[in-house]
Design a protein around this ligand. Sequence first.
Ligand code: GYE
Length: 386
Amino acid sequence: MKKKIVSLMMCAAVTAAFMTGCGSSPSNSSSADGDASNGDAADGDASDGDAADGDASDGDAADGDASDGDAAGGSGETLTIGFAQVGHESDWRTASTKSCQDVFSADNGYDLQFVDCDNDPAAQIEAIRGFIQQAVDYIIVDPIVSTGWDTVLTECEDAGIPVIVIDRTIDDSDKYVSWVGSNFKTEGLAAGEWLKAYTDNKGISEVNALVIEGSTGSSATIGRTDGFKEIADANRWKILDSQSGDFTEAGGQEVMESYIKSYEGQFNVVICQNDNEAFGAMTAMKNAGIEYGVGKDVILISFDACTAGLEKVMSGDINADFECNPLAAPDVEKVIKQIQNGETPEKEVYMTEHWFVNEDVLSSITVNGEEQELTVVTQEIIDAQY
Ligand code: GYE
């Protein structure tokens, strides 16, 4: 309880800092300061028993208040929303797209212009320019890469179109009204802290790790890589290699196959920066006769914790999965409604997340100096997950 209060107070302080202009973009660098929002992303909320009930985000997903087909609050106006999505590379992405399509539906009073940018940063900038030409009311963007944004965001500003950033961060411009997403560095730190506590618990004295990174240049990759590396360095673990699998299953398999050729017999931990890469890595290890998962030779760690990922945690193939919540759209809708009502939305909105494990051997870990609960996966949790 106390922890929660402190975290809320710190959050208010961070918000105040943004309002007085002390903060700029919600870059991962802020997380290195142990900022309050880190803790918030995965704070004690799990202890409230809301592990997978989706309450952080389901509240408005398809809720009543926009379902009258009038997103603009009584004027009967339909709001046109342009959404420049990253692509379709993963289960997480599918859930993110669905969340936006569910919330910004015609029934809810929206005309959603959806562009799948297929992981191409130039195509994403072009999609946004297309939205400006169409004179949409709002633009939502999940930035494929974290830099190169100021020019096009200035164009949006000049056109008077508010931009809402979701998921990945923009690190070289603050010309957007709000960002809704996760603290990726905290996720990486949590994975490292869990591995430290777990190997201590199991009496494993050496860590020789292979990292399969996500897409290069994305803030999700940068944050998860930096966070894990910080704990690895502090414990003098060996990171044998760290290469991109582009957040895809095929990419994860390909990188793991090449790792097996180079490092067979030398590694005891594999960290995949999303579930789909972990599935690919599992195929590669299975084909090579390498045993992974709970009680096996190789500890397998993943991020995202979508339904299929959690199934693999429950079956013991993945030891621990660090959640990244893709259901941002309800919070984005709140931001839009605030703007419609002439209010100023918060610059940063953090999603609620949980750290999922297979074994009931550790109840919590300390991340950024804050105790955070570990959740053992059950069928009920899987059934409620996206
Ligand atoms: O982890 C991965 C997806 O940006 C957080 O992108 C997101 C990442 C997610 O493709 O599965």
